[in-house]
Ligand binder design. Structure first.
Ligand code: ZN
Length: 242
């Protein structure tokens, strides 16, 4: 389903991709599997095609995408609040392109573990996949999990990884993005403080910043996203500690 993860059995180790993005491939038991992130924008009932390149053959595997009902939230606000002022549009577009590029990072070494720890203590508010409709116009669905926490609460790496981006963005505010390997990434945003630098390797649980309300946030909280093949997937699948 959209925002979910599909597991495909492979005949042998192979390179797999979906829509031009490399897909995570790993050993499982005596065989090999691909773990495919299903984009939230995928239409239920449609089929996704995963290209698999074996050393000696090429195959195409299909994923039938099921329906998942995500909550929907209708909001109305003054038009000047709902729209970006023209002078910010160019910056927003540039940042969007940059972040998309970062989210396509693929490193060959696979993740040490799929289990992630909750990056900051606190109640999980908001919800992954929530469809926001502002003044009757559908916005992109909520791509992460919001965790309520006081300003300044430490934020730690959900899993061992490498810092691939830090920045201060219009919507996301101060942000850290980690690469865990084979296209598995995690993103932490609205931070008040970032304490990690690009290129740095961080063990699971290492401090990378502090909770804040930078960017477009109504109050202090951590927005936490997990990506596979550049598709945001529900972080709840990976969190071991509730
Ligand atoms: Zn959020």
């Amino acid at each position: 389903m959209p925002g979910g993860v599909a597991k495909l059995a492979l005949d042998a180790p192979a390179q797999a991709s979906l829509g031009g993005n490399r897909v995570l491939v790993m050993r499982e038991g005596n065989g090999w599997v691909a773990l495919v992130g299903i984009p939230l924008s995928t239409k239920p009932g449609s089929k996704l095609r995963v290209e698999v390149q074996y050393p000696d053959k090429r195959r195409r595997l299909e994923i039938a995408v099921l329906r998942k009902k995500y909550p929907r939230q209708e909001l109305s606000m003054a038009p000047e609040q709902a729209e970006l002022p023209p002078e910010q549009l160019a910056r927003y577009e540039e940042e969007r392109k940059h972040i998309q590029e970062v989210l396509r990072t693929f490193s060959e070494t696979g993740p040490a573990s799929f289990a992630m720890q909750q990056p900051t203590p606190g109640r999980r508010s908001g919800s992954f996949g929530l469809r926001r409709v502002i003044n009757g116009v559908a916005r992109s669905p909520h791509s992460g999990m919001d965790i309520a926490a006081a300003e300044g609460t430490p934020v730690s790496a959900a899993s061992t990884g490498r810092v691939i981006d830090t920045g201060e963005y219009l919507f996301l505010g101060r942000t850290v993005i980690l690469d865990h390997g084979q296209g598995l990434l995690s993103l932490y945003s609205h931070l008040s403080e970032v304490s990690a630098a690009p290129g740095e390797s961080v063990p699971a649980g290492a401090a990378i910043g502090k909770v804040g309300a930078t960017g477009r946030a109504t109050g202090p909280h951590l927005h936490f996203s997990v990506y596979l093949n550049a598709a945001a997937v529900d972080p709840a699948y990976f969190l071991t500690r509730l």
